[in-house]
Ligand binder design. Structure first.
Ligand code: 2AM
Ligand code: CA
Length: 263
């Protein structure tokens, strides 16, 4: 039997240790490289933190598998057994330019079911954490179930990219949403935006392309507060490929999907 309580305790310990490594790194120069394009950044810290987490996981749980953004984990093509889905730094561009608005994201799944979600806002020392069936927390504060929110009072996370002509979505569907809601925000870290939805700072967040490590932890958190996460087509998210992504308070999620996005 999988000892989830022990895994939870270890994962929290390791994510805090990783955060400490990142905080200390602010004093030294970063080495920045480009991945697929000049806006797709990766730093020595992304790599170092992923390797740090993987070495801890592999030493303690040699039969667990790891899907990590920087590719130091396993070649994961199914969700059998226990799989850790990790993003060492979600919001790398923010990390490089702002030294804030980034997070370490860890989702831990068994047979495709999410048991643990950790999103650590390193700079503010805020750990958003959830354990399947036991609720979600920000540090020691329990996050309440999300209350339904009318669209006129909602703040949604969305990048301005999707409100201008782009190749992934018909932006004329998005414009009326932006006009109707109370406000929009774009933080540039999907994991943090999920944590903000779970904690009610945002009422929904949508984007057109996310990888599993960007949202694996967020899914566990939002499930624990009664929120909803799907693709923008309203279908189940796939933890093995890139997806469109839409997370939010349940009634708002339904309303936006039915009355705006799928109309
Ligand atoms: P990252 O910082 O770990 O790369 C920025 O809007 C958000 O989208 C961040 O969470 C970022 O994660 C993610 N992101 C950026 N480019 C992406 C891509 N090509 N595929 C999937 N996720 C991406
Ligand atoms: Ca990343």
């Amino acid at each position: 039997m999988t000892n989830w309580k022990e895994i939870d305790q270890k994962a929290k310990e390791w994510v805090k240790e990783a955060g400490e490594i990142i905080r200390k790194s602010f004093d030294s120069a970063l080495s920045i490289q480009f991945k697929s394009n000049p806006n797709d950044l990766v730093t020595n810290m992304d790599k170092e933190i992923e390797q740090f987490l993987i070495s801890r996981i592999q030493t303690t749980y040699p039969n667990h598998r790891i899907l990590g953004e920087e590719g130091y984990g396993d070649d994961v093509t199914d969700l059998k057994g226990v799989v850790w889905i990790i993003d060492p730094i979600d919001g790398t561009m923010n990390f490089v330019h702002q030294q804030r608005n980034f997070a370490i994201s860890i989702g831990i799944y068994e047979e495709g079911v999410g048991y643990i979600g950790l999103i650590y806002d390193v700079v503010h020392d805020e750990l958003y954490h959830a354990f399947k069936g036991e609720g979600a927390y920000m540090n020691d504060i329990r996050l309440p179930k999300l209350d339904s929110v009318p669209i006129e009072e909602a703040i949604i996370g969305i990048s301005p990219v999707w409100v201008t002509e782009n190749k992934r979505i018909d932006h004329t569907k998005i414009i009326p949403i932006v006009k109707k809601v109370r406000g929009t925000r774009s933080y540039g870290s999907a994991a943090m935006e999920c944590a903000y939805v779970a904690s009610g700072r945002l009422d929904a967040y949508m984007t057109m392309r996310l990888a599993p490590w960007d949202f694996a932890a967020g899914l566990v958190l939002v499930n624990e507060v009664g929120g909803k996460a799907t693709t923008l087509e309203g279908t189940e998210l796939d933890l093995l490929s890139k997806n469109t992504f839409f997370i939010g308070e349940s009634s708002l999620h339904k309303h936006l999907l039915e009355e705006y996005i799928q109309k």
